[in-house]
Ligand binder design. Structure first.
Ligand code: SF4
Ligand code: MG
Length: 327
């Protein structure tokens, strides 16, 4: 079986408190009934605006947050109901790289200590072997031996992200959740870090869930891409189908705002820009029916009442929109 991650009907609801008694008056449905699989060695890109629930989804998947409902099957084990103590050994196999390498690296620790720490916490390897492993990973991410005794502030943003990646990889994980790992970096550095992550994936046989807020970042690294809106998938498809034949009006709008780069060296062009009206509605109070309807240029009566299901339109291409039902 080459499925590494299987998510079934996953939900993460946060209670909303209100009134003088601070009673639960409702729920913010950050992740609302999401199902998908990721194959070994595959990269699934997840794209959405801030507030779409994509980071929450990433955190629930590795149990940094507790799921409200649903199943997470990792490497044949249902980890959704395990106690934190039981998850610890599994954590080795699932790691996360965060958006802001400044916030996620302790500034008082040297690079050597930072990369070694996960091994120490997990009680892995004797001291000498640990040092050897740290050096090996350091070189894999493109840093040098004399960087070991330096501190995070001595590095650029891109180099700090390399340190974070080394920390995530030192335990030889199978699955890495990358939560906007290049969003805080200069555009000129983004491609370098993305290329590094791609090379590491090929080299180490990693499986990625790659979270980003726009479709251009995940384009080269992903095998499939899911577009998330208010806690649900609007569309999920193999990369080629998604970029060349986007079906959901939201995906089409997102695509229209990114430049089309010709990989054969031709001129960069843009699609006709589709402007979305309004902002993302509050996830605490989403619209009825199709939650995208308040911004959708193709919304019609039915969209106010019925919530569209995610339906497979062609092989592995799923979309949640009434325009495609019955086709
Ligand atoms: Fe737009 Fe209606 Fe489709 Fe939702 S279901 S995306 S509102 S056309
Ligand atoms: Mg986020």
């Amino acid at each position: 079986d080459d499925i590494l991650v299987e998510v079934r009907n996953l939900k993460k609801y946060f209670p909303i408190k209100g009134g003088v008694l601070q009673k639960t008056v409702g729920h913010l449905k950050a992740v609302d009934d999401i199902s998908f699989t990721i194959k070994t060695g595959e990269t699934l890109g997840i794209v959405g605006e801030s507030g779409s629930g994509k980071s929450t989804l990433g955190r629930v998947l590795i149990r940094l947050l507790e799921p409200t409902d649903g199943q997470i099957i990792f490497n044949q084990t249902d980890i959704s109901t395990l106690r934190q103590r039981q998850i610890r050994p599994i954590r080795e196999d699932m790691q996360m790289v965060f958006q802001d390498p400044f916030a996620s690296l302790n500034s008082k620790m040297s690079v050597e200590q930072l990369i070694e720490e996960p091994l120490v916490v997990q009680g892995k390897l004797a001291k000498k072997a640990r040092k050897q492993k740290v050096l090996e990973v350091l070189q894999k991410v493109g840093l040098r031996k004399d960087d070991l005794q330096k501190y995070p502030h001595e590095f650029s943003g891109g180099q700090r992200q390399r340190i974070s990646i080394a920390r995530a990889l030192v335990l030889n994980p199978k699955f890495v959740i990358c939560d906007e790992p290049v969003s805080a970096l200069d555009v000129s550095i983004q491609a370098q870090v993305l290329n590094l992550m791609k090379d590491l994936q090929d080299d180490l046989g990693l499986t990625y869930l790659f979270i980003a807020h726009d479709l251009s970042v995940v384009k080269h690294i992903s095998d499939r891409v899911a577009v998330m809106y208010l806690g649900r998938f609007a569309e999920i498809a193999p990369k080629k189908a998604l970029y060349e034949n986007a079906l959901h009006p939201y995906t089409q709008a997102l695509l229209s705002s990114i430049p089309v780069i010709d990989l054969n060296g031709g001129p960069t062009t843009t699609r006709e820009k589709i402007k979305l009206s309004g902002d993302l509605p509050s996830p605490a109070n989403p619209p009825s029916g199709c939650t995208f309807r308040t911004r959708c240029p193709k919304a019609h009566d039915r969209c106010i009442i019925d919530r569209p299901d995610l339906v497979e339109i062609s092989e592995n291409h799923f979309v949640a929109c009434h325009l495609y039902e019955g086709s």
